[in-house]
Design a binder for this molecule. Structure first.
Ligand SMILES: [Zn+2]
Length: 332
């Protein structure tokens, strides 16, 4: 029992109400409706109770609005890591030109640092979007890790479902045509590695969002919540099995949380189109608590920054040259 638990990380993508509405092409997102004042104290209390420090990936646009200052500041004050989750939260970030990416990252950083007092050294693209252009810009800005890849085969399936359930104009469809990734994303490595960038520093580490080893299906907390709507037993089993597979294959897991894991139908009627939004907030937090306990019982859970440092010190990471995700390096 005295055996040291292996290191694992946990993060929360601080997607706000407007960014869900924007991706879903719902009107009203332009006024940037926010639930951060309700969500953030709730999540901080949850983490505090469990003695956990994690990474919050913050959207620059939220840090640019005064109504969110206090909530965002309190995350940094509680000692959590502040990561960057782009400025505009457009899941088609990989279609941006280098100049657009440069602008996007610079703007996000400025606002995030001004409000939280912390300069991000980790990045996660919206909707798991990434490109060699984004990686190059991150490297130039001194980032130590990227956490945007989701090695799974189910991306195109998720996109098909999204197109089926969302009314989009042809232009909106064009922007979203590679949303949630491609089939071949399933061949991306699951274990962290270093990006080998043309003319870059070779220092940028990739920490993928962990999917189940071998099967490459996601197991982040939102999936477990969704599954538990059908069978709590199966959901529990699936999560434990995924963690077991990580241990067997020596994959250090990085678990992903979302705001909607902590918000229920009693908090947000506007997002009822989202899976598992038929549960009240309290019930969800109870379920999430159970999942997180399973995780922390088996792993020492730290922010991604710490995981990246530990990996860098081990010095046995493989390297990878980023392939071109798409031919569209042009402006959308
Ligand atoms: Zn996001």
């Amino acid at each position: 029992m005295s055996e040291k638990k292996p290191l694992a990380s946990m993060s929360l993508d601080l997607d706000n109400q407007w960014s869900y509405m924007k991706t879903h092409a719902d009107s009203g997102w332009e006024s940037f409706p926010s639930y951060l004042d309700v969500l953030v104290p709730r999540v901080l209390e949850f983490l505090e109770k469990r003695g956990l420090k994690i990474t919050f990936f913050i959207v620059g646009q939220d840090a640019a609005l005064e109504k969110n200052y206090a909530a965002l500041r309190s995350i940094a004050d509680a000692g959590h890591e502040i990561g960057c989750h782009s400025f505009n939260h457009e899941p088609w970030l990989h279609l941006y030109s280098e100049q657009q990416v440069e602008q996007e990252i610079t703007l996000a950083e400025e606002h995030i640092e001004r409000v939280t007092g912390k300069k991000p050294i980790g990045f996660r693209g919206p909707g798991y979007s990434f490109s060699s252009t984004v990686l190059r810009v991150l490297d130039r800005h001194g980032y130590q890790y990227d956490a945007s890849t989701l090695p799974t085969f189910i991306g195109p399936l998720a996109r098909a479902y999204y197109f089926m359930t969302t009314k989009l104009t042809p232009e909106e469809k064009e922007n979203r045509k590679q949303l949630y990734g491609e089939l071949r994303d399933g061949f991306q490595p699951l274990r962290p590695y270093r990006w080998q960038l043309d003319g870059g520093s070779d220092g940028l580490i990739e920490i993928p969002v962990t999917t189940m080893p071998v099967f490459k299906i996601p197991f982040h907390v939102s999936y477990i919540l969704y599954m538990s709507r059908f069978s709590p037993f199966l959901a529990r089993f699936y999560f434990r099995f995924a963690l077991e597979m990580c241990k067997l294959t020596n994959t250090p897991p990085s678990l992903l949380l979302h705001p909607l894991d902590f918000l229920g139908c009693d908090d947000l009627k506007e997002l009822s189109f989202f899976p598992a939004m038929d549960l009240p907030g309290e019930k969800k937090i109870e379920l999430v608590g159970e999942v997180i306990s399973t995780y922390t019982n088996q792993f020492t859970v730290v922010p991604l920054r710490k995981q990246a440092h530990a990996l860098a010190n081990e010095n046995k990471m493989s390297t990878l040259v980023p392939r071109l995700r798409s031919l569209g390096g042009n402006a959308p």
